[in-house]
Write a new protein. Structure first.
Length: 72
């Protein structure tokens, strides 16, 4: 977030805005956000035993999610 501010972006632009939510073939869920102009994605898997989604992996979202929170 500090790097985002140093680049002259406003406080509201430097938050993490979710821009992609997509089901994957293997029953998992892909969620990607702007992450202060450095897109990040996380893959989640639903656990019936715990009745919740558990994070499986996190990776760069470049090419999957926009950098700018104003773009879809």
């Amino acid at each position: 977030i500090e790097e985002c501010h140093m680049k002259g972006r406003s406080e509201s632009e430097c938050h993490n805005y979710i821009r992609v939510i997509a089901p994957l073939r293997n029953g998992r869920l892909l969620v990607c956000g702007t992450h202060a102009f450095s897109p990040q994605c996380r893959e989640f898997e639903y656990s019936q035993a715990e009745d919740r989604f558990a994070e499986r992996q996190e990776f760069s979202g470049q090419g999957l999610a926009p950098f700018d929170p104003h773009h879809n």
